[in-house]
Structures are given as structure tokens and as C-alpha cells.
Design a protein around this ligand. Sequence first.
Ligand SMILES: CC(C)(COP(=O)(O)OP(=O)(O)OC[C@H]1O[C@@H](n2cnc3c(N)ncnc32)[C@H](O)[C@@H]1OP(=O)(O)O)[C@@H](O)C(=O)NCCC(=O)NCCS
Length: 180
Amino acid sequence: MIELRKINGDNIDEVIALEVGENQKDFIETTNLRSFADAHMMNADGIPATPFAIYADEIVVGFLMYIYDTLDHESFENEVFYGKKSYFIWHMMIDKHYQGQGYGKLAFEKMLMDIETLPNGEAEYVTLFYHTSNVKAKTLYASFGFVETGIIQDSSMLAIKKLDGNITESLVNRISLKEM
Ligand SMILES: CC(C)(COP(=O)(O)OP(=O)(O)OC[C@H]1O[C@@H](n2cnc3c(N)ncnc32)[C@H](O)[C@@H]1OP(=O)(O)O)[C@@H](O)C(=O)NCCC(=O)NCCS
């Protein structure tokens, strides 16, 4: 079973020890430790940041984090989403020993369901960046309806998804189908 849990004194060492493969290091901008520190700094500055440890059957296998912010970067000025509120996926990784077992997909789905409850406030979009050569991430995010914007920063593509309740709806449908 996959669960997202708060990071605290009980699991911080395990979160820091997680690693991606050598050839994947370019795909993540920062370490888990730095992202966790960023979360604290942003929360102190009034930008809500939510880091989570990803658990698979009580073992810490990954880390993810999202923030709640405004899409006001100057390179977005001519885009329809400019100035709109978004949940932005800041960091997402599964340790190299646990990749390819479906954990990333399940954790990502759980995170989107959490975001759809609008925990930090109203928003129209979920956004993220991925390295243009990160086929795995691109495929994963596209399977959840993220669309490439064509905006590339530091070799990373901005992709966006409208917050429309689809994830929660499809899960509710799956559960009610099982119950029928
Ligand atoms: C990207 C990452 C989070 C995916 O997690 P994972 O647990 O390895 O992936 P999963 O086993 O859950 O697979 C999820 C989906 O990824 C895609 N995928 C997996 N392997 C793939 C491959 N070799 N090629 C293309 N797509 C692939 C598929 O869409 C797959 O879903 P499916 O099995 O239903 O087809 C993980 O591999 C990782 O941490 N990579 C290094 C860091 C990184 O790239 N982070 C993302 C930064 S944007």
C-alpha cells in the first residue's frame, strides 16, 4: 500500500538517504534535503509548501513536494494561465531501488487527489517541469493529463493540467464499480 506521510523526526533520515540513479541526477534540480529546507523557507515566507515522504508498506521509498503559488513568471506573460493560482509540483522522486514497481504512479495519483481538495486555497491549475530528455516522467505526467506548454527553462519543459476533479472522480468511479 502506498501512503504519503508528513516528514518528521522519525523519517527525515530515511528521506535524506533516498537516491536516484547516477544517470537520473540531471532530472532533479535539488536534493531531498535542500527541497525540505526550501519548504521551510517558503512556508516562513508565506508560500505554502507541502513535502511528503512516500511509503510503500511502511518503507520510505520516495519524496515529493508541492507548493501553492501564482503563475506570474515573466515568461508566462502571454499565456492564458498567467497570474492564475496553481499547485506546482516542486520535487518528485522514487529511490533507485524501488523504481519501476508502480510506486511513482500511485504516489503521484495520491498527491493529485490531495491537491484536488485545494488544501491551501483555490487554484485553476497543477503545473510542473521535467527535463526534456526525461521520457519516464513525461509519460507518467501525460498519463494524468498534463499537457506540454512549449515553455522550456534550463532544459526543462513546463507542463500544465486543469484542476477539474478528474482524478478523484475516476477513483470514485473505480471504487463504485467494484462495489456493484
Ligand atoms: C519518474 C519516477 C518518479 C517514476 O516513478 P516509478 O516508481 O519509477 O514509476 P512507476 O513504476 O510508477 O511507472 C509510472 C509510469 O511511468 C512511465 N514509465 C515507467 N517506465 C518508463 C519507461 N522506461 N519509459 C517510458 N515511460 C515509463 C509509465 O507511464 C508508467 O506507468 P505505466 O506502468 O502504467 O505505463 C522515478 O522513476 C524517479 O524518481 N526517477 C528519477 C527522478 C525523476 O526523474 N523525477 C521526476 C522529476 S520531474
